[in-house]
Write a protein that binds this ligand. Sequence first.
Ligand SMILES: Nc1ncnc2c1ncn2[C@@H]1O[C@H](COP(=O)(O)OP(=O)(O)OP(=O)(O)O)[C@@H](O)[C@H]1O
Ligand SMILES: [Mg+2]
Length: 416
Amino acid sequence: MEAAIGFRNPFRPGAGHTPPYLAGRKDERKEFLKRLKQDVVLSNLVLTGLRGVGKTVLLDTFKPLAVREGWLWVGADLSDSTTVDEERLATRILTDVALATSNFVYDRKEVRRPGFGHQADLLDATLNYPTLRAVYEQTGGLVADRLKATLTFAWLALRASPSPPRGIVFAYDEAQNMADHAGKEEYPLSVMLDVFQSIQRQGAPLLLALAGLPTLFSKLVDARTYSERMFRVLFLNRLDPPDVREAIVRPIQEDDCPITFTEESIRQIEKHSSGYPYFIQFICHEAFDVFVSQITTGSSNPSVPIDAITARLDSDFFAGRWSRVTDRQRDLLNVVSRLDDPGSEFSVQEIVELSRKLPVKGFSPSHASQILAALINSGVVFRNRHGKYSFAVPLLGDFIRRQYTDEQSELIDEAG
Ligand SMILES: Nc1ncnc2c1ncn2[C@@H]1O[C@H](COP(=O)(O)OP(=O)(O)OP(=O)(O)O)[C@@H](O)[C@H]1O
Ligand SMILES: [Mg+2]
């Protein structure tokens, strides 16, 4: 089995790991390209969807598209809460911009730095962090005013450089972590929206591409109602059936790949992943190893041990999240998992009604809302703009039902 040793398992289950073959997502890429064609930025992008649906890796593929179209790319992951206050947001943005612009040299005579008048200054005429910082510090007013001035300056300087870019894309992943904190009088999210809205209105091509969980868009709109018009929301869903198949078979259609999946195995992977990218990668990764070892031991008809893989998925992917949920929250999630279609939207009303019919302690509407609020905070559930709830994790309902079936059959076993 020489070949089996040489060919590494190509599948990549993991957060933000580039898949061996990025299936589908053609419309989303087109939408992004359209936004790069705008002379004046009227429309920015929000990429949203459940956990593991492929937001991060899709955002990554936008970068080469942007660069090809002559845009600078500024990107960061906002999962560490660097954006809890306005000053830190400003520092974050200036640092990110400087990373992309520090090679640009601009003509000091053509681009006046705010606060410096016409006097020649001593700093480099490169658009590096000290330059941007100095502009920021020299500008008076609120954080938003200073950021606007600095970004406008950066854009004018870029435009005056020998090879000006078409614009700058600001790509922020895990953007649902941004929030205003009225109690602390810190409004980083609103500041960011104000800054970009104002700069874009003045004609500077600075484009926002935000990715995050489905709470993201309602957060934006809650902070500034004009967000509704400022962003186009792309909701990433499970992959379409032909794309699911491609995601499964393309990575192993290589000359030196020691295995192929049987038609029956492919169907099983399609079915058990429900077309969700993370699950496709996970099941294929496991199945690949099993196929290689079955072939090595001379099995003529290898197959996917779907029960074993599901058990592994439960412990690798779901169990961690489940362990952070309290008993009463579990009761409520259990009720949700018994709804006709727990993968779609549900309401407090539905939970309250169904809980009366199930062998759990019932929920009052206010109690259910309270628990849901806690589950939203821990990222298990989200609430859409119409007040309906959904699981933020795909196939969570199936997992929960498996837990309770196990527990209940244990009880039955014990009783017997
Ligand atoms: N279009 C695709 N085709 C094949 N595999 C994909 C595709 N999109 C994502 N994946 C795979 O799915 C997994 C999850 O992708 P990614 O981390 O981008 O999801 P995410 O939506 O950012 O998740 P999270 O909400 O947890 O940040 C990765 O293993 C990735 O390789
Ligand atoms: Mg991600």
